[in-house]
Design a protein around this ligand. Structure first.
Ligand SMILES: [Zn+2]
Length: 404
């Protein structure tokens, strides 16, 4: 992580208090530079005058911050709201349960072992990193050819976020890319996370959006995916509170990776609300791994948040990390249909959450274009109206990604 004293001045010697819920009123912008005040304990000045001027005067409102700059939300086009283009997911490695696992853990991916890897996708080390910039550029170009306009790269701090690579993907493919900010799950938090307070974390997130990431000048456009486990750890609570504060500061949406428990989304939404977040600008991701009761989905939707089914393309029921039956694409659409029929079509977004090689086209997978190529026609067959399809694939992503 970059040192927190680069690019701004700070004076937090007196800041020892844990944050209370009053920061919405106590943070504010000032023209010429961004000043953040937190309960009178912290004063920070970010020196990107242009961005903060624009924010203070509302000029950024309605624009989406891509890795190549701000664009009108209407220019995004079809958008998948949860992908990983460049990722180091090596902490997810798990030995497989069968006798082949020792040999196959470090094997290169071949046609002979691809069937095994498709089932045991977290048990082959080569499968859980995406770092080949040329290969990914061509995958993103295939998405473009399928009609794709924009991708949210939800890779947050801890799993190999790479702003320069995202710029290359966008330039090489013509696809708009929105980069994530904030912290992934506790297992990959920065080493100094225990000693950092909410203000520090909120400042880092805000800096990634206002100034750019790690001195690259490339700016994040969404806070997330914010990683949560079940039960939440104390550092994840800090991370969530910091995300809420940074949302208040920047107007960016928050994308949540909930822990694997059906109560996790509601608990997180409550924590975010208590921290001053605007729940109408929060996306709850991974519902296809987390909530299987329609009543619970209704309860989550009634909070005003966006609901995200983001594992399209996973057609198998076996999920190696939890004792659940993974829904297939048809079942995902059946859940979504029930929620849209209940009046929430304007609150649903979708994606593939590709984070492994076996799902890329060059490894025999469905690629980033799967939703546009294969799912939209099934939505029509299942009775989704053209307006609803347009809402889910274009209008809802544009609305939530536009800075508020
Ligand atoms: Zn996730």
């Amino acid at each position: 992580m970059p040192p927190l004293d680069s690019g701004f001045r700070r004076n937090d010697g007196s800041c020892t208090q844990h944050p209370q819920v009053t920061h919405r009123a106590s943070y504010r912008f000032e023209l010429r530079f961004l000043t953040v005040r937190y309960n009178g304990h912290v004063t920070l000045a970010l020196d990107d005058a242009t961005w903060s001027d624009a924010m203070a005067s509302g000029q950024n409102r309605g624009l989406v911050q891509t890795v190549l700059g701000l664009i009108p939300a209407a220019e995004l086009g079809p958008t998948t709201t949860h992908e990983h283009l460049q990722i180091d997911f090596s902490f997810m490695y798990r030995p497989a349960q069968d006798s082949s696992s020792q040999i196959l853990a470090d094997a290169p991916i071949t046609l002979e072992n691809l069937g095994w890897i498709r089932r045991n996708y977290y048990s082959n080390r080569a499968n859980i990193t995406l770092t080949d910039v040329d290969a990914t550029t061509s995958e993103v170009s295939l998405y473009r050819e399928a009609g794709g306009g924009a991708i949210v790269d939800a890779t947050s701090v801890g799993i190999g976020r790479d702003p320069d690579a995202l710029v290359q993907f966008s330039r090489g493919s013509g696809v708009h890319i929105v980069m994530g900010a904030g912290f992934y799950v506790d297992a990959v938090h920065p080493d100094d996370m225990d000693g950092r307070n909410v203000e520090d974390l909120a400042l880092e997130i805000t800096t990634d959006i206002v100034e750019g990431v790690d001195g690259s000048g490339v700016k994040a456009g969404i806070i997330g995916e914010v990683g949560c486990t079940w039960p939440l750890t104390s550092n994840e609570r800090k991370s969530l509170t910091a995300a809420a504060i940074a949302q208040t500061e920047t107007g960016a949406a928050v994308l949540i990776h909930p822990g694997r428990h059906p109560d996790a989304p509601s608990q997180i939404l409550e924590l975010l609300a208590d921290s001053g977040a605007d729940l109408s600008r929060v996306i709850i991701g991974h519902l296809d791994l987390t909530v299987f009761e329609v009543d619970t989905l209704h309860r989550i939707a009634s909070s005003g948040c966006y609901l995200e089914w983001d594992l399209f393309g996973n057609e198998g029921s076996y999920y190696p990390l939890a004792d659940i039956d993974m829904p297939n694409d048809a079942q995902r659409l059946d859940y979504i249909k029930q929620i849209t029929d209940a009046g929430y079509s304007y609150r649903i977004v979708i994606g593939h959450d590709i984070a492994t090689k076996h799902r890329l086209v060059r490894y025999g997978g469905h690629g980033y274009g799967h939703i546009l190529q294969n799912i939209v026609p099934i939505m029509r067959r299942k009775g989704f109206s053209e307006d609803t399809i347009q809402a889910i694939t274009v209008d809802n992503p544009a609305r939530v990604l536009a800075l508020a």
